[in-house]
Design a protein around this ligand. Structure first.
Ligand SMILES: [Mg+2]
Length: 419
């Protein structure tokens, strides 16, 4: 087990049958029989590549001994028994949520992969339900960041089987490009101007700022960014870093400073605090971290806690869940913004495909291109200035270079990954 990061993991049905025991094996056979009824194509093999993408620049979630090693990701390769391949990517950030590179790898290897072998890859909902059978949900969807990689790989494989892009699978048109936003996360105000200048030099016109816990610092930060970009969309994200009284004080101050929306002012379990902030009405209040399933969104909306949601498929267990949340927002007049988890290439391609299919109008805080310096694609995603071109080929629309995946995995520190 200790040597897992230095080699990929491979399973096929024969090996799995030899390894699996008890309940899981029974479920495996059940899944296989269902798959045989619905399609001739089955998931034959799944390989995992735990990696860390190299990074540039300061971002608080990647500070510290683990984050400094790079942006963690488990790249997932699902091969169907007709030879077609789907690629996905789980993108844990230990300092953003409780999922880590190590837990994602173990959950996939020991639980999710055995539940998927032999299934119909196009039955994505059924596959996700199968994952619930092996790791139970907690308050909401279990291991959502880890599961998202499975959801992405299944969408990729389904699109390739059907020769359709994500938008095509959903019967939707797709925008050609999406506008990206530049993330301003500074430890001192003296750094603001240089960071904005760096964004402008790259062609970025809109900015999202990281705020909390200090209201004085945050109000000044917002003023400086607004002064530097008077006509931009300015989005403040506190990542749950205020207490309720501080958030009530800071929201009007951020509004006065020119902020357009306030995301995640409180930890998501501060239900009454969110209700107070929404009633205060100083800024549109968005949630992020606490909204994992569409049920969470509906409950929080009905409880009067939010004006909208910062979306991110990586947080929500993948595209299927996030698509439902966007649809809910559209049906109920809620704001939805396009966000991400500093997504590397594969996850970024999926996220662009989702937002473009649903015609996202506001700049997307997809800052992978800002912070990550490597990719595993045959042809990198096309990003010009702050415009990301949406991939349109079947599946997620990108071709993964497996040699680059293996090389990145080898460069990622081998057995040091388990800490
Ligand atoms: Mg956020």
């Amino acid at each position: 087990m200790a040597d897992y990061p230095t080699s990929t993991f491979r399973w096929n049905r024969r090996e799995f049958t030899a390894l699996a025991g008890g309940t899981v094996a029974a479920f495996y056979y059940h899944g296989l029989s269902l798959a045989e009824e619905s399609t001739k194509v089955k998931i034959d093999r799944i390989e995992l590549f735990p990696c860390r993408y190299p990074m540039a620049g300061y971002f608080k979630f990647f500070a510290g001994p683990h984050g400094a090693l790079g942006r963690a990701a488990v790249i997932i390769k699902i091969t169907a028994d007709n030879g077609l391949v789907g690629w996905g990517q789980s993108v844990p950030i230990a300092k953003w949520s409780y999922e880590t590179l190590e837990t994602a790898t173990v959950a996939l290897r020991e639980y999710y992969v055995p539940a998927l072998i032999g299934r119909d890859p196009t039955d994505i909902e059924g596959a996700l339900m199968a994952l619930d059978q092996v790791i139970a949900p907690g308050f909401s969807t279990g291991m959502p960041i880890t599961r998202a990689g499975v959801d992405l790989a299944l969408h990729d494989l389904t699109g390739k089987l059907r020769k359709q892009s994500l938008a095509g699978l959903w019967g939707l048109p797709s925008a050609e490009t999406l506008t990206l936003s530049w993330t301003v996360n500074v430890q001192q105000l003296a750094d603001v101007d240089a960071l904005i200048a760096a964004g402008r030099e790259r062609g970025y016109r809109n900015f999202n700022i990281k705020v909390s816990p200090d209201p004085e610092f945050d109000a000044e930060l917002a003023k400086r960014v607004r002064a530097a970009a008077p006509d931009s969309f300015l989005w403040a994200d506190a990542n749950g870093g205020y207490d309720v009284d501080t958030a009530m004080e800071v929201a009007p101050r951020l509004a006065d400073a020119g902020v357009d929306v306030l995301e995640a002012p409180l930890r998501p379990n501060q239900l009454q605090g969110y209700q107070r902030l929404k009633k205060q009405g100083a800024l549109p209040i968005l949630m992020d971290e606490g909204v994992v399933s569409a049920t969470d969104l509906m409950e929080f909306h009905r409880a009067g806690m939010l004006d909208g949601v910062a979306m991110k498929p990586a947080r929500c267990g993948g595209l299927l869940s996030n698509k439902r949340q966007i649809q809910y927002c559209r049906q109920h007049g809620l704001m939805w913004l396009g966000s991400g988890l500093t997504d590397p290439d594969i996850s970024l391609a999926a996220t662009l495909g989702l937002y473009a299919a649903f015609d996202l109008k506001t700049p997307a805080a997809l800052n992978g291109p800002q912070f990550l310096t490597a990719d595993v694609l045959q042809t990198p995603l096309r990003i010009e200035g702050d415009l990301a071109y949406v991939p349109t080929a079947p599946g997620l629309g990108v071709e993964v270079d497996e040699a680059k995946v293996v090389e990145l995995m080898k460069q990622s520190g081998g057995d040091k990954l388990l800490g």
